[in-house]
Design a protein around this ligand. Structure first.
Ligand code: HAS
Ligand code: CU1
Length: 572
């Protein structure tokens, strides 16, 4: 493999902001981004299929797709590919790129980078084959709750994804360590600061799912364990599952904080405030998982209360983001001639797909964020839990704010990697706005249907119990599915068009990366990671110590033996 030389990473003289991509970097980032997009492709087109199956009117007209005849199989492909594989590949590819470009050095080990990629890709292939090959058994959805147990290959696919991501994390941490040794008195650029936070959160969070899969689900699927404990498994899963949503979100915030201000023509209001927001994510992202288990038995109300409080606290850095990035957008609009209190949203670069995608993502994220706050209240959660309100929430956060921002990134990163201009800007704009319209309608319709009692994860198109209002909103969901299907086709026309058809060279100066931190005020101790990990550790003890004591039945003397392979006694 050709080794990378540092001068090639430095800005091309005379064209500020332009960075020449070396071949090795192209290959590695390209491999991650393209694999991410292929994973998304296999998941995204299941979405409309599900919406049609959930709609009492549309279900009768919907032709059965030969491979995906089984509703839960499609939902599993949709969730696993979109939420787990697409995101992880995209995040790692994007973060390598940002770290290399910001720190002006290659990642620590190219070999480990490829090894990680290979593991994750094998995991992806195994996963797809398993879900396609064993539709009934492997349809355990992306949350894979026991007592449903999938074939062992399902869990092996997951393990490979997570182990690969750990190698990638180590690569990023060590690249930073080397940089820090050479620059002990400098602040690391904000984008890398955020990426470090993100991978720290990821490494802590994945401990939960690793324990669940390695000690419970995989042995059960191999027949080594004859019993399982859904409550313990759910608790371990959500220890991972909530921080997972911030693992998706923070790379989007990297773009909003460190790229969008420049792309939009303004400047960030406060970089130190941004660092504080990211540190808050580090400390508060993990100890909140019980807000997914408000309706679960076996966990005390006081533990649920602690997690509610912490959930409300972890929404504060998102509010800080709204004001900080909002002020950056306002400054951009003022530079473009905005004068009055309310004209700045209209004076944005709505005609530039990279900017428009992020703005559209933010609009969706406002709605998704607020529905999250509703979910976080234990009383209100009882009304919406397990209804279609919940997918409405996460399609506006993950499917809206996060995915549209990744698409914005794709629209400049793919041309930079390919060396060719984006295939079609008008198509990209059409894609962004159809996505915004489709996801807005999806959020509204699924949310309303949920409030009218429509469950999530069910073929409601055939349900006899729906009220007329719920049926109407589920039909509207199918309409949004059509719009989103069109948007997805446009996305992939541009994706493949840029890869194979575009002939124009990639425009110069479109790589929005800062190589030296412009922040002169943040204290350097913000980068003393031990402090923040210590704070997280203490909080985890407070928030999760009692929870695990409860689910493991501490009063009965840590009856942990029943989780051992030799004990086949049924769960109490
Ligand atoms: Fe959530 C369930 C609570 C954020 C994803 N969430 C889920 C599930 C997923 C998910 C996938 O408390 C379903 C899991 C499952 O399958 O069961 N969530 C929250 C809260 C927040 C939150 C309090 N969630 C997210 C994000 C996600 C995500 C982010 C993915 C990326 N969520 C819950 C709860 C549940 C839940 C319960 C369990 C429900 C149940 O019962 O099952 C908060 O962090 C949200 C804070 C965000 C804001 C918005 C800030 C707005 C910004 C935009 C700025 C706009 C500007 C204007 C500047 C307060 C930053 C732009 C200007 C222009 C001109 C356009
Ligand atoms: Cu959550």
């Amino acid at each position: 493999m050709a080794s990378i030389t540092l001068p090639q990473l430095i800005e091309v003289p005379g064209t500020p902001g332009t960075l020449k991509l070396v071949q090795r970097e192209r290959l590695m980032i390209g491999a991650h981004i393209i694999t991410a997009m292929l994973a998304l492709m296999s998941g995204i087109f299941m979405g409309p299929f599900q919406a049609f199956h959930r709609s009492p009117t549309f279900i009768q007209y919907f032709p059965t797709i030969p491979v995906f005849t089984y509703y839960y199989q499609a939902v599993t492909v949709h969730g696993v590919m979109n939420a787990l594989f697409f995101t992880t590949f995209f995040i790692i590819g994007f973060c390598y790129f940002v770290v290399e470009r910001s720190l002006q050095r290659p990642i620590k080990s190219v070999l480990v980078g490829w090894a990680a990629y290979a593991l994750m890709t094998i995991g992806l292939v195994i996963m797809l084959i398993t879900i396609l090959g064993a539709p009934q058994q492997s349809a355990v959805l992306y949350t894979f709750y026991p007592p449903n147990i999938a074939p062992a290959l399902f869990y092996i696919g997951l393990v490979l994804l997570v182990v690969g991501s750990w190698l990638a994390s180590a690569n990023i941490f060590l690249t930073y360590r080397d940089w820090k040794r050479e620059h002990p008195n400098e602040r690391v650029p904000l984008a890398v600061f955020a990426i470090l936070v993100n991978f720290i959160v990821w490494c802590v969070a994945t401990i939960g799912v690793a324990v669940e899969v390695l000690f419970m689900l995989l042995p059960a699927s191999l027949g080594i364990l004859k019993t399982t404990d859904p409550q313990l498994a759910r608790t371990l899963f959500w220890f991972f599952g909530h921080p997972l949503v911030y693992f998706w979100l923070l790379p989007a915030y990297v773009s909003w904080y460190t790229m969008l201000p420049r792309q939009a023509g303004g400047r960030l209001f406060s970089e130190p405030l941004a660092r504080v927001a990211f540190l808050m994510f580090l400390v508060f992202s993990v100890p909140v998982g019980l807000h997914h288990q408000f309706s679960d038995p076996g966990v005390s109300a006081s533990s649920k209360g602690i997690h509610t409080l912490l959930t409300l606290i972890v929404s504060v850095p998102s509010f800080m983001t709204a004001f900080n990035v909002g002020a950056a957008l306002e400054s951009a609009a003022r530079n473009r001639g905005a004068k009055t209190l309310f004209d700045w949203p209209f004076k944005q670069k709505w005609g530039d797909p990279v900017v428009a995608a992020q703005l559209a993502g933010m609009l969706l994220f406002i709605a998704g964020g607020f529905s999250g706050l509703i979910n976080a209240s234990a009383q209100l959660n009882a009304t919406i839990h397990n209804t279609s309100w919940v997918p409405a929430h996460f399609h506006q956060t993950l499917g809206g704010g996060v995915t549209l921002t990744y698409i914005a990134i794709l629209y400049w990163l793919l041309p930079a990697i390919r060396g060719r201009a984006l295939f079609s800007k008008p198509l990209a704009l059409a894609q962004v706005f159809t996505w915004l319209i489709g996801m807005t309608l999806f959020g509204l319709a699924m949310g309303e249907a949920g409030l009218q009692g429509a469950p999530r994860r069910a073929i409601t198109g055939q349900a006899p119990y729906l009220s007329p209002a719920a049926a109407f909103w589920l039909d509207m969901t199918a309409v949004s599915g059509v719009i989103l299907m069109i948007s997805s086709v446009l996305l992939y026309v541009n994706f493949f068009g840029t890869l194979f058809l575009s002939r124009q060279p990639a425009p110069a100066g479109e790589v929005p990366i800062e190589t030296v931190s412009s922040d002169r005020t943040s204290p350097l101790w913000l980068e003393r990671w031990g402090i923040w990990l210590g704070a997280l550790g203490v909080l985890l003890l407070i928030a999760y110590g009692p929870v695990f004591a409860e689910v493991l039945d501490f009063q009965e003397g840590w009856n942990i033996l029943r989780y051992m392979p030799t004990s086949n006694a049924p769960m109490p």
